[in-house]
Write a protein that binds this ligand. Structure first.
Ligand SMILES: [Fe+2]
Length: 382
């Protein structure tokens, strides 16, 4: 089987790496940035701080702070209009997954034209996007380094999965000093998202030895650091380890893709406007229970990477140990118990399941499923 490995050309990471990244940005020779961020980071002055650092490198910028959680088509269109009005020649995304995804949509449409929904699916664009520099503040969706862009179509109540090599950022920046302000709930949710990336990539039908190595290391680092990052957000060692771990998980899923956890979580997020990481964390053990009959050996590796003692276990027992360890970690970081707690309704399950089956992320799930089986997984997660 052949495989292509996608990752940004340059990736700068580690405590206080932001200044080094600014010099790298200057060396690209760009003149004016559209900084795409969310209202919270703009209000907290983080976007202004980035704008000032760019000015120190003689680079102009304008701030677009309209990337909402679960960014919408409208967010992309407003940002694109501002980019065109201000004649920016590159985009800087600042934040977690939402600003990065919104910025990818803006940068892709800026060069390819058309409407963001034209690019739903795999590699639908023809031209490279406007150069995108992604400065990450969570750990993490890994959107700062992937070719995945998720935009909500508010009219259809669905999240569009745009999987396109052209949305890969030019440069990713992961400075843990920008992550210490993340509240506990966001730290937990984004960390569980990263764990889901690693596990779905590891059991994916498109996994290869490179993605396997990235996934297993990510799982181990998350199991060793997420609790501490949630418990004490100012612990820079735990924050830095989580930044590396989420990046490794990104390397894994950017190339091995995902599975039904993401295909289903996208629908919950699009339908009820729920946080992506929390939806994943709730669904993860239920989807892996469904998968266990076809990938028990792989789930046993996951259990081992999560720190479970699997000596003498059969593959079936190993898979159960993985599922228990996932539940234990989710409980320790105070993820809600089930979909009911998140406000989902049993009567919506048929439409959620039908949409999940159309999501490109489900194509590499190790076990195929029909409408009835996806509905059953949703019910089990209530
Ligand atoms: Fe995710």
């Amino acid at each position: 089987m052949s495989s292509t490995f996608f990752i940004p050309a340059v990736n700068i990471m580690g405590i206080d790496c932001l200044d080094e990244a600014m010099v790298a940005i200057r060396n690209y020779g760009f003149r004016k940035a559209l900084i795409v961020t969310d209202a919270g980071l703009a209000k907290a002055g983080v976007a202004g701080m980035i704008s000032e650092k760019l000015a120190m490198q003689d680079i102009d910028s304008v701030i677009f702070d309209g990337a909402k959680p679960n960014p919408s088509i409208d967010n992309v269109e407003k940002g694109l209009a501002q980019l065109q009005r201000s004649a920016c020649d590159f985009v800087v995304s600042l934040g977690g997954g939402s600003p990065h995804d919104c910025a990818k949509g803006i940068a892709l449409c800026a060069t390819n034209g058309g409407h963001i929904s034209d690019y739903e699916g795999v590699d639908r664009s023809t031209k490279p996007q406007l150069p995108l520099i992604a400065i990450n503040t969570t750990a993490g969706t890994a959107s700062e380094m992937t070719r995945f862009c998720i935009i909500t179509d508010e009219q259809r109540h669905v999240k569009m999965a745009i999987v396109d090599r052209n949305v890969t950022p030019l440069l990713s920046v992961n400075d843990p000093a920008l992550m210490v302000a993340m509240p506990k709930g966001l730290t937990a949710a984004t960390g569980m998202d990263a764990l889901t990336h690693a596990i779905e990539a590891y059991v994916s039908t498109a996994a290869n030895p490179i993605t396997d190595a990235c996934a297993l290391k990510a799982i181990t680092m998350i199991s060793q650091n997420l609790r501490q990052a949630v418990h004490d957000g100012s612990d820079l060692v735990a924050r830095e380890n989580m930044a590396y771990a989420q990046f490794l998980a990104g390397m894994a899923f950017n190339n091995a893709s995902l599975g039904f956890v993401h295909a289903m979580a996208h629908q919950l997020g699009g339908f009820y406007d729920l946080p992506h990481g929390v939806c994943n964390a709730v669904l993860l053990p239920h989807v892996q229970s469904f998968n266990a009959m076809v990938c028990a050996g792989r789930l046993t590796d996951v259990a081992h990477a999560l720190g479970a003692d699997i000596r003498g276990f059969s593959p079936e027992e190993g898979a159960q140990a993985a599922i228990s360890a996932i539940r234990g970690l989710a409980r320790d970081v105070e993820i809600p118990n089930g979909l009911r707690e998140l406000g989902a309704k049993l009567t919506d399950i048929p439409v959620l399941a039908a949409n999940a089956l159309k999501d490109a992320c489900g194509l590499t799930n190790p076990r195929t499923a029909d409408q009835r089986q996806i509905e059953e997984i949703f019910r089990s997660a209530f």
